[in-house]
Design a protein around this ligand. Structure first.
Ligand code: PLP
Length: 483
């Protein structure tokens, strides 16, 4: 993706349109310590601690930088249990930015999924969607429901020119409804910027088609808006009809098509918390009863009043193109540089992060030995950079206890908004290039402790063979004293 700001020398570089005013010291520990740390963490990057992590590219969840406006808003928080003015301000921001009248606050995105699934998914129901997200899937299954993923053809091709790989296949949606019967469809779910397949957006035209089909069958449309800002930005960049539109108009058009919109503010507004919003009072009332039970009173929903203030300002910042373009532009740069070095990444570059194709990177490792998990561990050893496995390890086993090989095996290197500088991104590129040269040294992983639900979070693994030591030794040979 080209940057809007042209360099006289012709370079194409992303440019930080903010300045750094508060800093946090980072620690780049030696490779020997990195090896110890990842072993102690069961070769699971979720179990590393900050003092051992140089660049934290695990996720954008709650790790985006807050703005001065967000921080200052936190000081005027109204700590009332009921009737808090902080909630009123948040509610106002939701009306303005997401264009929905009613808001239920929840403590984070998965809490919204819990309440939506508990209210609308009955045993045996199906939720058709463009693609699943781990926590949504777990909540649908928890209610006795299932999901069907109806991605467009080619959506899972790693290298592609398709600007909207997050689109739903409309013929598959029709077929899914015909096969299950509309009575068995809890609702249709669309996820903005499909997280698990590389942060790939859907188009406005596609969302309109989905709405049309849902209308014809009397079905509800639920929009996961956690990454809606960046999806809106890519609609503006990639869908000609919207080139000249304001982000606000694009957001409103998107949300107007959904009966229910939910979001994780950890992504959407660089804060904490989450929300469920709708214009439909009946739907609102059905969900409302669960909020005091699971989250907290209706004017805070488990979110601190300070966070609600930050959330409100963060929502408004979603309307600012210089804010929401930051992460996609850095991702575009990183993907371009890696591809030039022959390192396979998901293209076109999407949102959230750079997604490295672990299936090709570690083509010698079988899916049951978790190539993406192994790559995440190996990259940490090589760099101190923490990424996240998004592959078979993140999948649940089937009802017979068998592994379900993932559609795509990805190492996700998240680029949180306004957090990393260009030289840090270049460091990550350099170390990944070194690892690519030495990829034959990477070996597989196997579980030593495998939790039954969402195993990737807290599971422990061990290497198959002694490859982590060999990798660390090779690093020492090549880099000498350097960290
Ligand atoms: C992160 C995320 C969620 C879950 O939100 P949490 O705040 O982490 O619970 C749901 N959907 C999508 C698309 C996400 O990226």
């Amino acid at each position: 993706m080209k940057n809007e700001i042209k360099f006289w020398g012709g370079e194409e570089l992303p440019l930080e349109l903010h300045k750094v005013r508060v800093v946090q010291k980072l620690h780049l520990v030696p490779v020997e310590r990195r090896l110890e740390a990842i072993a102690a963490g069961g070769f699971n990057t979720f179990k590393l601690s900050t003092p051992d992590v140089f660049l934290d590219m695990l996720t954008d969840s709650g790790t985006n930088a807050m703005s001065d406006d967000q921080l200052s808003a936190m000081f005027r928080a109204d700590d009332a249990y009921a009737g808090s003015q902080s909630f009123e301000r948040l509610h106002g921001a939701v009306r303005e930015v997401l264009g929905k009248e009613l808001l239920l606050p929840v403590h984070q995105g998965r809490a919204a999924e819990h309440i939506i699934c508990r209210t609308f998914v009955r045993p045996g129901d199906v939720v058709p969607m463009n693609y699943h997200f781990t926590t949504f899937y777990a909540h649908a299954v928890e209610q006795g429901g299932g999901i069907e993923e109806l991605l467009c053809d080619g959506a899972l091709d790693i290298h592609s020119e398709n600007p909207f790989k997050g689109n739903m296949d409309i013929a598959k949606l029709e077929e899914c409804i015909a096969r299950n019967g509309a009575g068995k469809i809890a609702f249709v779910r669309m996820e903005a910027s499909t997280n698990l397949i590389g942060g790939q957006p859907f188009s406005m035209a596609n969302l309109r088609e989905v709405r049309r089909v849902a209308d014809r069958h009397g079905l509800m449309l639920v929009l996961d808006a956690s990454l809606i800002g960046e999806n809106a930005y890519l609609i503006k960049k990639r869908e000609p009809e919207w080139h000249d539109a304001q982000i606000r108009a694009i957001l409103h058009e998107m949300t107007s098509m959904a009966d229910i919109v939910y979001f994780s503010a950890r992504k959407l507004s660089s804060s904490r918390g989450g929300g469920i919003c709708t214009d439909n009072k009946d739907l609102y009332l059905k969900m409302e009863v669960l909020v005091p039970l699971f989250e907290g009173f209706l004017t805070y929903g488990g979110i601190s009043t300070r966070e609600m203030e930050a959330m409100a300002v963060g929502l408004f910042e979603t309307l600012d193109e210089t804010a929401i373009s930051q992460s996609p532009q850095f991702i575009g740069y990183m993907v371009g540089e890696l591809m030039q070095r022959g390192i396979p990444c998901v293209t076109p570059a999407g949102v959230l992060g750079c997604h490295v194709d672990a299936r090709e990177f570690c083509s010698h490792i079988a899916p049951e030995q978790y190539p993406a998990g192994a790559l995440a561990a190996a990259f940490y050893i090589a760099s101190g950079v923490r990424g996240m496995e998004r592959g078979t390890l993140s999948n649940a086993r089937d009802t017979e206890g068998r592994e379900v090989p993932a559609d795509v095996e990805l190492l996700r290197l998240a680029i949180p908004r306004r957090v990393l500088t260009l030289s840090q991104i270049r460091y990550a590129i350099d170390r990944l290039a070194w690892l690519w040269e030495n990829r034959s040294l990477i070996g597989g992983l196997r579980f030593t402790y495998e939790p039954a639900v969402l195993r990737f979070f807290m599971g422990s693994l061990e290497p198959v063979g002694d490859w982590p030591h060999r990798l660390a030794r090779r690093f020492r040979e090549d880099f000498g004293e350097s960290l």
